[in-house]
Every structure is written in structure tokens, then in C-alpha cells.
Design a protein around this ligand. Structure first.
Ligand code: HEM
Length: 457
């Protein structure tokens, strides 16, 4: 079957689907929340989350409900560590995560780890896990450090630049070379623009996938064409790698995935591999770049913290450098919440919830809680080394069986990048620069791109 047919079939098959056939949830069964129209609440949640969610928390208390689109859908928002624990440890057959991501289906594909639930999720997770364990991560480290060095050496001292853009370019390179294992410059040049266009699909195009006839027109047609072109290259890379003589000795994620088997001796098919690679790309590229950009912003605005971080980077104290990254992710959560869809009635925090309700663990609220984090508004990495940060109060990667599979990867990558930046340059902010979060796709990025000025150290 041609790549074009495979891609077209995926677009025809994968559409934003209803979460379940559960009957609409009765508002009276849920904790309190605003009465305004669900369109306004959805906009509040998607576009103005940094104001709307804390406002609802102040107004309605620890647990509240939001009515979201499509009409009749409800989200019950929790943030206390004991509630978060109940959500993360909930029975995966009851607490589904994949269904809410259906909108990503045409790009990620039906096998994507982010989209599947139950037995399918368990199998995919078991097959992908070995490529992300501690041993594997150590194998990726040198290549990541090399890429970070090349990027950092290109920066022009004395001129303000958007660190978010540079971090995006770097994390893309990491995905292509360390995850896909592509180092040939011709292939890289082919992949970069295709991948960039995949990552930057505008929200309107995503929403339009609910209407297949749109695929013949303008931006919808362009995304399908881009996907066909990307799939062609990705299937080409997979085919080449399958027959690579040095497969066993290669240290990229794809090569590892080509060697795994389930209990029936079955490996991952080409389509499964494509779906997982594109998922890793979309889930791992901008998220890590955003976390790094916020970290550079925090260090640039606080010379004392930057000096302490540099000392750690120079002396090889990776634990402290990691604490810097973690504290920045606490203060500026990249993803605002994780959501589970209830396939059966469930009780959380003593509240009985009906089948069909959606429950969220709010990362934004959990990280800003004064009860969990003393001086929550202050950037203080040391809190991670003093054992102050207790379980289920720092949850940037979600939790339970759905916890981000790339958490260790992104921390390893982040530490390697910070080490290079800190040992090469002094950081400062352009005069008068401040930052506020802005929603981009689902991530919260620094509005002005976390502009910094570097000077050789
Ligand atoms: C700072 C960087 C990152 C952040 C903040 C982040 C955050 C998250 C969050 C919140 C989830 C949902 C967890 C849940 O539902 O409980 C998730 C899932 C996931 N992430 Fe990440 N992520 C990051 C980096 C990465 C990287 C580098 C990769 C891969 C290379 C990756 C791959 C994935 C995948 C495949 C899932 C789905 C896991 C599953 O459903 O089993 N992420 N991530």
C-alpha cells in the first residue's frame, strides 16, 4: 500500500470522537462551578487559564467543576495531593486518558501511546519503556551534550535573542538525531521543515478534522500533503533501519524500538513505529524547549541563583542543575493539567462522580499551593534538595500508569543543555524585560520568548 493511501486512511479514520456513549452528566451531581455558557468557560480554560483557573479556585474552593464544549461535557478540577494521588492511582480501566486526545488522531495515528487505553496502552507502554529507562538514557547523553554545545557556540554575545526559539531548534535536533537516529545531513534537511509544519498546525486546522470534506481545501489540504511527505520520509527511515547491520549497537530510540517484542514474540509494525515516533516528536519537542526557556529566564533575572547554578554546573553537581530545572517547571508548568475520563462512577476526595465525567489534576494549582510549597511564588531550587517537595505536590509530568514516558529523557536533556549554557556564558535580561505566560497549543510559553543576553563567562 502506498504511503499516500496509508496517510489518507488515517485521516479518514481518526477524527475527534465522542468520549463515551455515557449519557450527559447532570450538573447537580457535581461540585460547584460557574454558570456561564460552556463556550465562555472553554475559552477561559483554553486561552486564559492562568487567570481563570486560580479565580475559580478562590471563588469555589478546593474542588470545582467547569462546563466545557461540546455542550454537556464537564470537568471536575482537583489539586490537593491526596486527591491527585487518587486520580493517578485510579483503575486504568475506569480512568481513561487516551480518549481526550482523540483530536490528535490524524497526526499521531491510532497506535499512539497518547491515544490508546486499557490493554492496548499497556502493551504499547511495555514495548516503549526499555528505550526510556536509566540505562538507555545514559546512552543518549553524549549525543545530546554534543548537540547542545554546537547550538550554544552559535549564540552572539551582547545581543538580546528569544531563547525559546533557540531551545525549540535544539530540542528538534535532539528528537531527530537521538530519537529518530537520523544524522545524515540530507535526510535532516528533508525532515526539519516537514516536522516544523507538523508541530505548528494551527488550532483551526485541528478542529476542522471533524469535517473530512475540508481536507480538499486550503490549510487542511496542506496539512494532509505535509503528512504524506513526512510519512514517506519516516517510513523510509524505518525501512533502512530495519536492515541496518549495526542495529544492535546503535543508541537511538528507533533502533531500540525495532528490537523489542511482546510476550507473543511480536515486534512493532511499521505503522505502529510511525505513530509512536510522531507522538514522541509532538509530545517531547516543544515541551522540553519551553521548560528550558523558562529556566533561562529565571536564571537571567536572578544573578545570585545563576551564580549558584553555574558553580554546580562547573563542579559537575548535576543534582543541583536538575533542581534548577525542576523548580522552574514548578513555577511555570508547561502543561496546565492532566485529565482522565471516567468510564464508570468513581469517588475522589469523598465526592461521588458519575460515569462520563472528566476529572483533572490541576498542575497549575498544585504547584502554586502555599500549603505544599513554602514561598510558592519564589524561585528556590534548593527546596528540591532539602526534601521539602513531597509526593504528588510536584506533578509536571502527570502520574500513575500514564506518567510522561519522556520525563527522565527531558530532565537528562535539560541538565545537559543548562550545563553547556552555564559553563559558557553569563546570562542577563534585556533592560526592563518581564515575562508572562501565554497559551500556545496546549503549552504555556513565555509571551516574549524568554529573551536573554549572553556574555562569555
Ligand atoms: C518538560 C518536558 C515535558 C513535559 C512537561 C511533559 C508533560 C507530560 C504530561 C503532563 C503528560 C501526561 C501525563 C498524564 O496523563 O498523567 C505527558 C505524557 C507523555 N509524554 Fe511528556 N512531557 C515532557 C517531555 C516529553 C518527552 C521528551 C517525551 C518523549 C521523548 C514525552 C513523551 C510523552 C508521551 C509519549 C506521553 C504519553 C504517555 C502515556 O500516555 O502513557 N514527553 N507528558
Amino acid at each position: 500500500m502506498s504511503t499516500e493511501t496509508v496517510t489518507a486512511r488515517r485521516f479518514a479514520k481518526m477524527r475527534p470522537v465522542p468520549l463515551t456513549d455515557a449519557p450527559p452528566v447532570d450538573r447537580a451531581e457535581l461540585p460547584p462551578g460557574p454558570r456561564m455558557h460552556s463556550l465562555l468557560q472553554s475559552i477561559g480554560l483554553l486561552r486564559f487559564r492562568h487567570q481563570f483557573v486560580p479565580y475559580l479556585h478562590r471563588r469555589y474552593g478546593e474542588v470545582f467543576s467547569i462546563k466545557i464544549l461540546p455542550e454537556g461535557r464537564h470537568l471536575v478540577v482537583f489539586n490537593r495531593p491526596e486527591h491527585v494521588k487518587e486520580i493517578f492511582s485510579g483503575d486504568p480501566e475506569v480512568f481513561h486518558a487516551g480518549k481526550g486526545n482523540a483530536i490528535l488522531g490524524p497526526v499521531m495515528g491510532e497506535h499512539s501511546l497518547l491515544l490508546v487505553d486499557s490493554a492496548q496502552h499497556k502493551r504499547a507502554r511495555r514495548l516503549l519503556m526499555p528505550a526510556f529507562n536509566g540505562h538507555a538514557l545514559r546512552g543518549y547523553q553524549d549525543l545530546v551534550t554534543g548537540l547542545a554545545k554546537t547550538e550554544v557556540e552559535r549564540w552572539t554575545p551582547g545581543q538580546a535573542f528569544r531563547s525559546l526559539d533557540r531551545m525549540n531548534a535544539l530540542t528538534l535536533e535532539v528528537i531527530l538525531q537521538v530519537v529518530f537516529g537520523v544524522t545524515d545531513e540530507v535526510r535532516l534537511a528533508q525532515l526539519r521543515p516537514l516536522v516544523n509544519r507538523t508541530v505548528n498546525i494551527p488550532p483551526l486546522v485541528f478542529l476542522g478534522w471533524g469535517f473530512p470534506r475540508l481536507q480538499k481545501f486550503g490549510p487542511w489540504r496542506a496539512t494532509v500533503e505535509n503528512q504524506i511527505a513526512l510519512d514517506e520520509v519516516v517510513f523510509g527511515v524505518i525501512a533502512e533501519r530495519r536492515t541496518a547491520a549495526d542495529l544492535e549497537h546503535r543508541s537511538d530510540v528507533l533502533s531500540k524500538l525495532l528490537q523489542v517484542h511482546d510476550e507473543d514474540g511480536q515486534g512493532l509494525s511499521d505503522e505502529e513505529l510511525r505513530d509512536q515516533l510522531v507522538t514522541l516528536l509532538l509530545a517531547g519537542h516543544e515541551t522540553t524547549a519551553t521548560a528550558l526557556a523558562w529556566t533561562l529566564h529565571e536564571l537571567a533575572r536572578d544573578p545570585a541563583q545563576a551564580a549558584r547554578a553555574r558553580e554546580a554546573a562547573t563542579s559537575g553537581d548535576d543534582d543541583y542543575v536538575e533542581a534548577v530545572l525542576k523548580e522552574s517547571m514548578r513555577l511555570h508548568p508547561v502543561i496546565p493539567m492532566v485529565v482522565r475520563h471516567l468510564m464508570e462512577p468513581a469517588t475522589i476526595g469523598g465526592i461521588d462522580l458519575p460515569r462520563g465525567a472528566n476529572v483533572a489534576a490541576s498542575i497549575l494549582l498544585a504547584h502554586a499551593s502555599e500549603t505544599s510549597h513554602r514561598d510558592a511564588g519564589r524561585f528556590r531550587p534548593q527546596r528540591f534538595l532539602d526534601g521539602e517537595v513531597t509526593i504528588n505536590t510536584w506533578i509536571p509530568f502527570g502520574g500513575g500508569v500514564r506518567r510522561c514516558i519522556g520525563a527522565g529523557f527531558s530532565l537528562m536533556e535539560g541538565v545537559a543543555v543548562l550545563r553547556e549554557v552555564l559553563t559558557t556564558y553569563d546570562l542577563s535580561l534585556p533592560a526592563g524585560e518581564t515575562e508572562t505566560p501565554q497559551v500556545r497549543n496546549i503549552t504555556s510559553v513565555p509571551r516574549r520568548g524568554a529573551r536573554v543576553v549572553v556574555r562569555p563567562h
